[in-house]
Design a protein around this ligand. Structure first.
Ligand code: KG4
Ligand code: ZN
Length: 337
């Protein structure tokens, strides 16, 4: 069974083909990605209308590329999966529309996938996939959640952010520091030259006793420091503030993840979503997990941020688990929120 996956929730168009031939796990045959970063950079953030238009331009060429790489014809596709949400409504509609049109033309079923479930199951695309059950830290631009994952579709929310997501904290702080979009990688690069102890920034909800997060206060603290430094701020100050911001976000994520793992009584942690690409987070989590003898799994670096492979994989895994109901009517909808 060959599953085509289409991701178009935000600023990356991703298409991929996953095969499930009854082996240990479905496997990735090919994937292609187009990032709109260069296009949105001039505006300092994602412009939804431009994003939708660019998805339209890219999705079919990427689909052709994936089929060619896999050495298969469109007729070899058995199911077309797409990101149903959350994301930008117009952007989601492009992926959903193309997926349903293609499926209708091929007389195949479709499956709408939750974007976060795609991230959550993306480590199964790696050479060293996790085993169930595990605790997952989902850290993207829109979400920060800790989950207990007993199996495919069997998810319990342990805690989440009550305001900004971790990725948002990176992005907004980066903006305050005058760094470009996307802010996370930019702030992380600058932080490499700074002293993480230079500024005392808050660690919100670190001692709250639960597994919830809050990052809005951190952004305000960064703004206060930026104002204090004023216009004659030097490069070293900016690097120090970047490093201190990153240290605050990473410390909270690491401490809460380790507490979640301890509470759940499991020895496996999965980290997924764009912020999972952050090297300081990986280093700190790695150290904490070694100390507590917890195994930590990540998706391949290239599959941390949005991509079609995770959508095809999530669809294939849901089908396998018997939890999915593929649709045959091609009357699609999207769920932006
Ligand atoms: O999962 P993702 O690609 O899209 C969403 O579903 O939101 O995550 C994007 C987020 C952005 O906030 C971006 O700044 C952040 O992930 N990000 C990073 C890094 N790479 C991406 N944050 C910190 N360090 C990175 N290396
Ligand atoms: Zn995402």
């Amino acid at each position: 069974m060959n599953v085509l996956g289409i991701e178009s929730s935000c600023d990356e168009t991703g298409v991929a083909l996953v095969a499930d031939d009854g082996g240990a796990a479905p496997r990735l045959l090919a994937h292609a990605l187009h990032s709109q970063i260069d296009m949105h950079q001039a505006y300092g953030g994602v412009v939804p209308e431009l994003a939708s238009r660019d998805h339209i331009r890219r999705v079919l060429p990427l689909t052709r590329q994936v089929m060619a790489e896999a050495g298969l014809a469109l007729a070899d596709i058995d199911l077309v999966a797409f990101t149903r949400g959350p994301g930008l409504a117009g952007a989601l509609l492009v992926g959903a529309g193309v997926a349903c049109a293609l499926a209708a033309a091929l007389d195949r079923p479709t499956l709408g996938v939750h974007h976060l479930e795609g991230h959550l199951l993306s480590p199964f695309l790696s050479a060293d996939p996790p085993e169930f059950p595990f605790v997952a830290l989902l850290v993207s631009g829109g979400h920060t959640q800790l989950m207990h994952v007993a199996g495919v579709g069997d998810y319990a929310l342990l805690g989440e952010t009550i305001d900004d997501a971790a990725g948002e904290a990176f992005d907004k702080s980066a903006k305050l520091l005058g760094l470009g979009y996307p802010g996370g990688p930019a702030l992380s690069r600058m932080a490499a030259f700074g002293d993480p102890a230079a500024f005392a920034l808050p660690r919100p909800l670190l001692h709250s006793g639960n597994l919830d997060f809050s990052f809005a206060g951190l952004k305000t603290a960064v703004l206060t420091q930026v104002r204090k430094l004023g216009s004659n701020v030097c490069e070293q100050d900016r690097a120090n503030l970047a490093a201190s911001t990153q240290a605050a976000i990473v410390e909270v994520l690491v401490r809460k993840s380790m507490r979640a793992v301890r509470d759940a009584g499991t020895r496996r942690l999965v980290v997924a979503g764009g912020v999972g690409a952050n090297s300081e987070l990986r280093a700190q989590l790695g150290a904490a997990c070694r100390k507590e003898r917890v195994r930590v799994h990540y998706p391949e670096l290239a599959l941390c941020t949005d991509n079609g492979a995770m959508i095809a994989m999530a669809a294939a895994m849901r089908l396998r688990s018997g939890r999915a109901q593929p649709a045959h009517d091609y009357a699609f909808d999207v769920r932006p929120r």
